[in-house]
Write a protein that binds this ligand. Structure first.
Ligand code: UGA
Length: 406
């Protein structure tokens, strides 16, 4: 098929790469001309394992442009533009403006809404564009986006017109994943429900971690492991730590809460999940202060800037909030991350240098290279915010960890 993809961020580029690899011809559109020119010269604007290789391998079937007119003969076009949350509410102008621009499509082509959008948005896209619309939310995680696209746990296809739904179903059949056919609104709601539930699991285990820190002989990892063996709970997304960040959970939970309020309903559990999460950075700093006495004029090394490992993305990263608080309290903050950068702290080029120069260390992102560094940390005050260290190798007088008794 000849397929258009509007919005060349994470979701758009990964979708483009995977579908080109399946033999489809892709026209990717983005209003950012620099990005488009870069992509046509093989410059990938984000770091995502395997993405560059897949785009390079299929470059003959990929074309990037800033001109919507080049979509005039596609059979199907995905909308993968961003849907930020502004003042607590979802901002849909990018989606609607894409819908308007997609009036260039042939009359019988289909628009597939992949951006995360609140219920009723896809219906509005149909009205604006005058084309048949299918809601097909994505569940890919940064860092494993390609695998999540080719082997998702399930595929959701929301449609009103069965024929349009069938065409999109055919497109994703190669994944072998279960396909669920739903209404447009259900498809949209499923995405928010999934992300909110996942955020809840994390906030819940983080509250149990708080309890473990106050009790003798308790480790939240033991508790999480035990409850995770109950199939009804499942072991995933029960890693206590400094909370959730990134480009999705923070914006989606907020947008969902405000969407519900507009309907006259409250999502109290999701509100609580956000509240618990907002406290995580403060707790990490408090832990370090309890350990060190004072952090004023001390050098503090932050290990990990990305919101999670295997990405250079720092959007809503807990690390940035921790750095800001440390600086406000008079500490000199230095930071190391294998991929990500920030202007908020002095970035150093290795974890060894970062640790050596510091009085205190906070581990914020669980990059692989931070496992097994117990020896390197000798003589430093350490807060393990992601439980990467072996507690039995640490000197209790200098060490605190999330969810671990003191
Ligand atoms: C998330 C969802 O997992 C995807 O299914 C969804 O498609 C995506 O949002 C989206 O809406 O586009 P992502 O934001 O890439 O994906 O990252 P996750 O792997 O879900 O991690 C989110 C945050 O939760 C990270 O900050 C991570 O450190 C934190 N986390 C995750 C924990 O603190 N504990 C855990 O057990 C798991």
């Amino acid at each position: 098929m000849k397929i258009g993809i509007v919005g060349l961020g994470y979701v758009g580029l990964v979708t483009a790469a995977v579908l080109a690899d399946r033999g489809h011809y892709i026209v990717g559109v983005d209003i950012d001309e620099n990005k488009v020119n870069g992509l046509n010269c093989g410059r990938i604007p984000i770091y995502e394992p395997g993405l560059e290789e897949l785009l390079t391998k299929n470059r003959d079937r990929l074309h990037f442009t800033a001109r919507y007119e080049e979509l005039k003969d596609v059979e199907l076009a995905f909308i993968t533009v961003s849907t930020p949350t502004i003042n607590g509410k979802i901002f849909l102008d990018y989606v609607y403006s894409a819908a308007k621009s997609l009036q260039v499509l042939p009359k019988d082509s289909i628009i597939v809404v992949k951006s995360t959008v609140v219920p009723s948005t896809s219906r509005r896209v149909k009205e604006i564009s005058g084309r048949e619309v299918v809601a097909n939310p994505e569940f890919l995680r940064e860092g494993s986006a390609i695998l999540d696209t080719v082997r998702p746990d399930r595929i959701i296809i929301g449609s009103e017109n069965a024929e349009a739904g069938n065409i999109v179903e055919e497109l994703w059949k190669f994944t072998g994943s279960p396909i669920l056919r739903t209404s447009l609104e259900e498809a949209e709601l499923i995405k928010y429900t999934a992300n909110s539930f996942l955020s809840l699991k994390i906030s819940f285990i983080n509250e149990i971690a708080n309890l473990c820190e106050k009790l003798p002989n308790c480790d939240v990892k033991t508790i999480a492991n035990a409850i995770g063996m109950d199939k009804r709970i499942s072991p995933y997304f029960l890693d206590a730590g400094l909370g959730w960040g990134g480009s999705c959970f923070p914006k989606d939970t907020q947008a969902f809460v405000s969407f519900a309020r507009d309907l006259g309903e409250r999502l109290r559990t999701v509100e609580a999940s956000i509240e618990v999460n907002n406290e995580r950075p403060k707790r990490a700093v408090k832990m370090l202060k309890e350990l060190m006495g004072s952090i004023k004029d001390k050098v503090i090394c932050v290990l990990g800037i990305a919101f999670k490992p295997n990405t250079d993305d720092t959007r809503e990263s807990v690390a940035l909030k921790i750095i800001m608080q440390l600086s406000e309290e008079g500490a000199k903050v230095i930071a190391y991350d294998p991929r990500a950068k920030t202007d908020l702290a002095e970035m150093v080029s290795s974890k060894e240098e970062c640790i050596n120069r510091a009085n205190g260390v906070i581990i914020v992102t669980e990059w692989k290279e931070f496992y097994g560094i117990e020896e390197l940390l000798k003589g430093k005050y350490v807060v393990d915010g992601r439980r990467v260290l072996r507690k039995e190798l640490m000197d209790k007088r200098y060490f605190r960890a999330i969810g671990l008794s003191t």
